[in-house]
Design a protein around this ligand. Structure first.
Ligand SMILES: NC(=O)c1ccc[n+]([C@@H]2O[C@H](COP(=O)([O-])OP(=O)(O)OC[C@H]3O[C@@H](n4cnc5c(N)ncnc54)[C@H](OP(=O)(O)O)[C@@H]3O)[C@@H](O)[C@H]2O)c1
Length: 270
């Protein structure tokens, strides 16, 4: 059996793939034979991820890593354009095909190939990029820090949805995962901006779920508590007592790959 272990080939787009959960998930999915499109702002980290995936079993040109800032609508628009341009190729893309692409494809390829493309391949965008405020009571949080948390965690996802959902609507297929948090379902002192942003992610997800056609799904995912730079920012040294991103990614990849349209609007936990 192939490394795909019975799950059809997926193209998974992960924002914030440079480190932490996004990086671990990218590596795990690539190991399982899926195609990863990753973005983050820091090019060095993307380069390191790209070279880690450059082995004979996972050719580097299969994956695509692009620098993008999810806070910027223009940057995400450009990301969507480049993804379409570079990955708008028939063997791995389903949701990103434009109607015109599909017509051309059906004329130039055998019917069976075109049929496989329409039925077997799914795109799974994982809106994972995020940031947290430094531990502080709300009246001590500088305005620009509050803005950065909201711009990244909430507006960043909105930017992704604005530019990627229309591409997915063409085939009315695809699962969107919005990274939430336990703190998107409860309150905590010193991280009020972050909690506010993750509650917004939950509300955004449930509302967009009502706008998507049958066949598509958007879900909010609480990943649990994992030892990353973000956790160290709020938990300090005790972050090292929590699970490693690699252990988390084993469970998360399986869960994400098994999501279906029936999960639309759900708030799930890894
Ligand atoms: N770790 C946990 O225990 C935990 C718990 C609950 C929820 N979460 C959520 O899980 C997600 C990942 O968290 P993590 O712990 O892996 O955090 P992390 O280690 O700090 O990694 C965050 C990633 O997001 C990227 N990023 C940040 N701002 C960005 C922007 N404006 N545009 C594009 N990429 C950006 C970062 O890369 P650049 O800085 O290079 O852009 C980095 O790759 C977040 O949404 C977080 O809220 C984590």
């Amino acid at each position: 059996m192939s490394a795909l272990n019975g799950v059809g080939s997926r193209t998974v787009l992960i924002t914030g793939a440079g480190k932490g959960l996004g990086r671990a998930l990218a590596l795990e999915l690539a190991k399982k034979g899926h195609t990863v499109i990753g973005c983050a702002r820091t090019q060095d980290r993307l380069n390191s991820l790209q070279s880690e995936l450059s082995d004979p079993n996972s050719p580097s040109d299969k994956h695509l890593f692009l620098s993008a800032d999810v806070r910027s609508n223009g940057s995400v628009e450009e990301l969507a354009r480049v993804v379409m341009e570079k990955k708008g190729v028939p063997d791995i893309i389903e949701g990103f095909l434009s109607p015109n692409d599909l017509q051309v494809l059906e004329k130039t390829r055998s019917k069976s190939v075109a049929r496989d493309l329409k039925t077997n391949i799914k795109v799974v965008p994982v809106n994972n990029a995020g940031t947290i405020n430094r531990n502080n009571r709300i009246w001590e949080v500088p305005e620009e820090e509050f803005d950065t948390v909201i711009d990244t965690n909430v507006k960043g996802i909105a930017n992704m949805l604005r530019h990627f959902i229309p591409l997915m609507l063409v085939r009315k297929q695809g699962i969107i995962v919005n990274m939430s948090s336990g703190w998107g379902r409860s309150g905590a002192a010193l991280v009020a901006p972050y909690c506010a942003s993750k509650w917004a992610v939950e509300g955004l997800t449930r509302s967009v779920a009502k706008e998507l056609p049958d066949g598509m799904a958007i879900i909010a995912l609480n990943p649990g508590v994992i030892n990353t730079d973000m956790l160290a920012s709020c938990f300090g040294n005790s972050a090292s007592g929590y699970q490693a991103p690699e252990a988390w990614a084993l469970k998360a990849a399986t869960m994400i790959l098994n999501l279906t349209a029936a999960d639309n609007g759900a708030s799930l936990t890894v």
